[in-house]
Every structure is written in structure tokens, then in C-alpha cells.
Design a protein around this ligand. Sequence first.
Ligand code: 3HC
Ligand code: NAI
Length: 707
Amino acid sequence: MAQTPATSASPVSFTRQADVLVVTIDNPPVNALGVDVRRGLAAAIAAAEADSEAKAVLIVGAGRNFIAGADIREFGQTPQPPSLPEVCAAIENCSKPVVAAIQGAALGGGLEIALSAHYRLAMPSAKLGLPEVALGLLPGSGGTQRAPRLIGAKAALELILSGRHAGAKEALALGLVDRLGEGSEALPEGLAYARELIAAKAPVRRTRDAQALADAEASRAALEAARADTAKKSRGLFSPMKIIEAVEAAFTKPFDEGMALERKLFLQCIDSPQRAGLIHAFFAEREVLKAPETKAAKPRALESAGIIGGGTMGAGIAVAMLDAGMPVTMIERDDVQLARGRANVEKVYDGLVKKGRMTPEAKVSVMSRFSGSTSYDALAQADIVVEAVFEDMAVKKAVFAELDRVCKPGAVLATNTSYLDIDEIAASISRPGDVVGLHFFSPANIMKLLEIVVPAKVSADVVATGFELAKKLKKVPVRAGVCDGFIGNRILAVYRQAADHMMEDGASPYEIDAAVRNFGYPMGPFQVSDLAGGDIGWATRKRKAATRDPKARDVQVADRICERGWFGQKTQRGYYLYPEGARTGQPDPEVLAIIDAERQRAGITPRSFSEDEIMRRYMAAMINEGANVVHQRIALRPLDVDVTFLYGYGFPRFRGGPMKYADMVGLPKVLADIQEFAKQDPVFWKPSPLLVELVERGADFASLNKD
Ligand code: 3HC
Ligand code: NAI
């Protein structure tokens, strides 16, 4: 029988191979369950029922994946029939055995389709999971009802609440699948399985009737444990508790009632702003990879690396590269500093060994790829060199002169500077086209963000190599232009000032931190200062003192605190007290007294701030500078700002990023806030021209994310 599309141009086709109706989903890139796939699957099941020669049905995905889930792009739009639960019900109710043969992703709705089939086979490449929680959702096509019935409440809750993927072998052990296939071709393995089932006259076996919840006591205990754990861990998140409610219905209600409750809760999640924020984050972190240079040029070689400087950043970057399997050569000023740099790297691995997360042998093996030298000649063969020496233009230029002298033609020469002008560094050597900014975040082996800073003269393939390096190091790259602070630190400097202004005007640092935490950040700005060390900001302020605008407001509380040698956690005292090295700070009455004295010096009568006002000011400052950064093309799109903040600054993912948040609040409201704040401080609060323009046009930031 010829391949029959379910409807004309349907991504689902079916063909009978002897006594098995083979249904193939071919909807690149990942076989998501868009409306056409749902229609096609419904038509295929109807055809199977009507075809008396078909004794079993086999569902396979074309390409690398089975099905990656619902089509995420459809959420928030008017739903088109048939719904996914209806399609799943049609599969489960089919009168002939249905087999799902899974390779690659069977995620979310994809796994729900497989769970609705009567038998499941997993190929070695299979990844099964219900990751809806990461999108602010719950499995909405029977996942919360069928998975617990199949694998028990404990395993199902763990899978659904974590959103993690299980491999083929684990899926078999859990009971999610019935058998494992071999090799890479799901179709022949699935056909053989279907024919075995036909020969054995295997019955249709509906997951809705599975019995893994028979032990009600065990199910109840698993549920209570999950509830307690979720209350602790998922602070502020909407969908995890809804997941627990839905799974509870799997053992307290009949299947159909459980399905109805699941649907109701799923729709609540769909309507939540968290869903919008999390799905924005999902697409944004994929869009950032599509920089003009990655489209235009191929990356250069990236086999071996050099690092200059073995301090906080150099050592962290070295670890990130070693972890990615690269050989790394570190250059330091002298033998003492080199030994310290090497020790900084080893300390990270020693910590892992101590925690049992690495064997001593693995550490030796990783460190065998590490070498150090005080001579730049050791970098002659390096494909890429990252400079992480002191933040001082003269020192950096001297380093780049050496790199210019020793590095092979075509080597990528990168700087990890936080603020310095990379155009100036590039212009100081004979090969400016090879110079790029690679701005890692501390700790560099942990933090996911990598700003790829693009100076005027850099070659496109050097920028593309930066993106390739990010991929190799499993980092999230964001393209940024050259300016003071690039995307992240430039915006940070502005909203950090807004926080200082509020502190001087009457809010305590503790109130501000609490408001920011309640918004969803893991820490507030004053806690971050204490963690990073107040001395760093103090040094920067002193360096910039000569160039600061004399009309701009100058809050000096941080200086008064630093003058006392209170640099934060490392000195056991900063904005907070850290007695005996405690990690969590306690409010310090002496800091409040310093703030009071500063208010008096500045002639300010303190007033109270509500949490709402604190966050309106904090976010308005962030959004306004974000708009400036986009306006000046430092960030190509608002989504680049969002990803920078999600991965570099702890911005709560469920809010999507500052620019997405602004769209959700409404740009006219954000602009009105800024205009109101400007009445008291017109120097600080200047509405961004881009924000004004968007409000005038009735447009939002999202409109600038499109190509
Ligand atoms: N819907 C729409 N588009 C999707 C998609 C989905 N479910 N999953 C992936 N895509 C898109 C990506 O946006 C990307 O598009 P682009 O090329 O235009 O940027 C493309 O497919 C390829 O994706 P990746 O770059 O992520 O490819 P990988 O090979 O690295 O990863 C994957 C593949 C593991 C399937 C990964 O894409 C993934 O995790 N997808 C999301 C899975 C998921 O969350 N499923 C649950 C959806 S919600 C649901 O099913 C609700 C149900 O319960 C009712
Ligand atoms: P650090 O002071 O911890 O380390 C700098 C290292 O460079 C020292 O070990 C020093 O001996 C070495 N060094 C100095 N001059 C050298 C030279 N001429 N040749 C070889 N080695 C030399 O500083 P840190 O914090 O690691 O910062 C390094 C760079 O990274 C700076 O440009 C900084 O702005 C940037 N950065 C820092 C971040 C942070 O959180 N610390 C975050 C992102 C970037």
C-alpha cells in the first residue's frame, strides 16, 4: 500500500506493511504535536479501525525524535480541535494493539501519546520525560493520570516535578516502556515487536487500567513527601503544586474525573503569566544562538586554549575549558603566582573529590591536560587565548602585545574584561580582526552566561568561534556590543543606583533585599554586594570619580561601609553581619546608623517605601536601561537582554527576563512610572527614547524580537 498522508500535506502519514499499520509523524524539526499532527493522528487511528487487514498499529517519528511534545508555539492561541487529550483517548481506545517505537525525544505530549499506546519500545537514543513544569505547565494530556498508574506515584511525581529526561534503560527499569530496541532504526524494531504481539494475540492493554497505584498508603506517603519538598523548593512557582493536586486525583478519583481535573489545572497554568515567562525563556535561549556572525561564518579551530592570569576568573575559565576536554596552558606573572593559579584550579577539583563527585583518578586525568608557564612562548600553538589579568588598560595592552608576538596566525585573542574598551585593546595590536571579548561570569566554571563582545574590527569567524566555544563549554552565549559594562553590567550599574537612592530616601537595605527576593530573585542587591566583596565596587567608584556627572546623585553609604573595612562576607561584615563566617547575614544596627547619618548629611528626611514601590523603581531602572542598550544596538534584541539577566544575574526565570516582564506589565505603565519618578530626579530618570517610541506606536519589546 502506498504511503497515505492522513490529509493532503499532513505531517502524519500511514501505510500498511502486511498486517501492521505504520503511522509516521514527520513534522520537523522535532515532530511537535501541532494541530495538523493531532488531526493526522486522529485520522490514522480511524483508518486503522476501518482497515480489516490491519491487526496492529505502530507509531513512529521520522528523523531523530519520536515527538518532542505539544507545539509550544500554540500555547496562548485559540485551541484548534482535536485536542491532545482527545487524540490520546482515541489511541488508547483503539481496538487493535498500538505500539509506540521511541527514538530520541518522547517528551511532554510526546510521552503522553506513548503512554496512550498499549505497548512501548525504547531505542537506545530514547529520552523520555514530562518536562512541562519547566514551561510553567503540567502534563495536560493524561500524563498526571497515566504515568502514576503505570509506574507508581513516587516515580511519577519525581519525574513530573523534576521535568528530567530518563534514558531507555531507566525507562525500562521504571516500567515506562516494555522493552529496549537495538541500533538506531526504530521502524524495523517496532514492526518486529508489533508482529510478535499479533502472533501472541496480545490484548489491547490500556494504561488507564494499570495497577501501580494499588498500594494507596504508599501513594499517599509519596504525595505528602512531594508536597513538603515542593513547598520548600518551588517558592513562588505556580505549577508544581498543581501537579501534585493532579497526581493525587490519579489515586483518589476515577480515571475520567482525574482527566477532567488535570485539564482544569492545565488550563489554569496556561493562563498564568509564569507560563508566558517560561516559554519566552525557552525560545529566547535558542534565539540568542542566531547571531548574524553565526549565520555568516564558520568557527575557527578550538582544540587548545591558553589563559592569561590564574586569579578568580582565569582559574574558573581554565576549569570550564578542562571540563570540556580542552588542554589548557596558563600564563602568570611569576612562579609564585603561577603556583597560586594552579592551586586555584586544583582547589575546584579537590572540592569535587571531597564531595564524592569526582574520583581522585579522574582529577589526575583532568589535571594532566593543564600546564602552566611564565613564558608567553608556551602559547605558540594555542587556538584560543583568554586574557583574565587585572582590570587595567595598560596591563591588558602589554599582554596583548605579547600575544601578538607569539600566537600563531588565526589564533583567537579574547579578553575577559568587565568594562574596558575592547576596541582600544584591539587597535593596539597588528591583528585587530582576531580580538573579541569573552565576558565570563564568576564563578566561571559554574555560571552559564557568556557575553560575546563584538568590537568594530573583529572578523565574523572569530565571533562565530566565541559562540562555538560557548557550546563546547555548555554556556549560554549572548552577543553584546562594546560599551562600559556591555549588556549586563551596564544595566546592573543603573538599577543598583536606583536601589541606593531608595536606601538613602528611607528604605533599609534589608527591606529592599526582601522585596527583590519576594519578586523571585535568590538574593537581593545588598546581599550580592556582600557576596562579591564591597571592595570591588569601591575601587570602581574611585576609578570613575573623576568622570562622574557632578549633577548626578551621589549616595555614599557604600563608601562609608568600605572605609570601615567592611567588605562583606569575606570580612564577616558588610551590609549584613556574618558572625563566625556564616553565609546568611543578619541585619546590622550600625549599618542602619551609618545610613541615617548619610541621610542627615544629604539633608534627606526618610520616608517609607512599600514593597510594590521598591520593585516598581528597581524594575523601571532596569527596563529603561535595557531599552537604551537595545536602542544603541549593544543588545541586538530585547530577548538578548532577557537571556543575559536570566543566566548572569539570577533574574527569576518564571518572569521571562526584564524586557518580557515589561511587556507583561505594559510599557505605558512602565513609562508612566519613569515619568513620575523623574519629577524628583530628572538627571537619573530619563525615559529611554526607544521606550517612548514603542509606547507612541502602541508596540511592545516582543515586536523587536522578530527578524
Ligand atoms: N514545540 C515547538 N517547537 C519546539 C518544541 C516544541 N515542543 N521543541 C523544540 N522546538 C523547536 C525549538 O524552538 C527549535 O526551533 P529553532 O530551530 O527555530 O530554534 C527546534 O525545535 C530545535 O530545538 P532544539 O534546538 O532545542 O533542539 P535539540 O535537538 O537541542 O533538543 C529537544 C530537542 C530535547 C526536543 C528540545 O527541543 C526540547 O526539550 N524541547 C521541548 C520539550 C518540551 O518541553 N516538551 C513539552 C511541551 S509541553 C506539552 O507537551 C504539554 C502537554 O502535556 C499537553
Ligand atoms: P584577580 O586579581 O583575581 O586575578 C588576576 C590575575 O592576573 C592575578 O592572578 C595576577 O597575578 C594575574 N596577572 C596580572 N597581570 C598579569 C600579567 N601581566 N601576566 C600574567 N598574569 C597577570 O582578578 P579577576 O577577578 O580574576 O579578574 C580578572 C579579569 O576578569 C578582570 O579584567 C576583571 O574585570 C574580569 N572579570 C572579573 C569578574 C569577577 O567577578 N571577578 C567577572 C568577570 C570579569
